[in-house]
Ligand binder design. Structure first.
Ligand code: UP5
Ligand code: MG
Length: 190
């Protein structure tokens, strides 16, 4: 993986803010490869890996899986892809994740796309999703919100202080949110 050629955009935002939904739109219009850290972890559980039970328990509690697991999965997915433009969705979730990714991969993100959404709206979306996710119940959702505020928002603030955050009002309807996303990606689409 040539860290000088690889372009990474971190896509961050609370649980249910619409990261996955908008990443699918970005892939379609701008040719990025979408890597959802949560999806990679859920696939790891399904594959019956030795870490599967640990990962499952952490997701059920809304806790953040240690970076050595997540960074390895992300690195492998990047290496296996033929692309050099990646949306990394839902990662880094805390300072430990952030530091480990930079140290291991030497990749510095181009910018951070931050989906800003009210908790009441995110809660409504998650309770309506009905895709059988083990963490889409009110108890786990509350834990996810708490971890997001305490551990993940500081990562956004870190990048904010470097002038690297593109903030989107994610409480609007899908099409409007994508309109704002397009305004960010269109100028850098070479
Ligand atoms: N929806 C989307 N946009 C909408 C809009 N504008 N208006 C109305 N509805 C909208 O959307 C959620 C739902 O809302 C969907 O039904 C959608 O149709 C609708 P989605 O696009 O799925 O939102 P997203 O932000 O992706 O929500 P998700 O639940 O995936 O976010 P989380 O950050 O909670 O989940 P993730 O999969 O990233 O992580 C899950 C867990 O894995 C974490 O809690 C943690 O335990 C673990 N994890 C780690 O430990 N480390 C990692 O690095 C990553 C995850
Ligand atoms: Mg998601």
């Amino acid at each position: 993986l040539d860290e000088k050629k690889v372009k990474v955009v971190f896509v961050l935002g609370g649980p249910g803010s619409g990261k996955g939904t908008q990443c699918a739109n970005i892939v379609e219009h701008f040719g990025y490869t979408h890597l959802s850290a949560g999806d990679l972890l859920r696939a790891e559980i399904k594959s019956g890996s030795e870490n599967g039970t640990m990962i499952q328990n952490m997701i059920k509690e809304g806790k953040i899986v240690p970076s050595e697991v997540t960074v390895k999965l992300l690195q492998r997915a990047m290496q296996e892809s033929n692309n050099d433009k990646f949306l990394i969705d839902g990662f880094p979730r805390n300072e430990e994740n952030r530091a480990a990714f930079e140290n291991v991969t030497k990749i510095i993100p181009e910018f951070v796309l931050f989906f800003d959404c009210a908790e009441e709206e995110m809660e409504r979306r998650l309770l309506n999703r009905n895709q059988g996710r083990e963490d889409d119940n009110i108890d786990t959702i509350r834990k996810r919100f708490k971890v997001f505020v305490e551990s993940s928002l500081p990562v956004v603030e870190h990048y904010e202080s470097m002038g690297k955050v593109q903030k989107i009002d994610a409480g609007k309807p899908r099409e409007e949110v994508f309109g704002a996303v397009k305004d960010i990606f269109s100028p850098i689409d070479e």
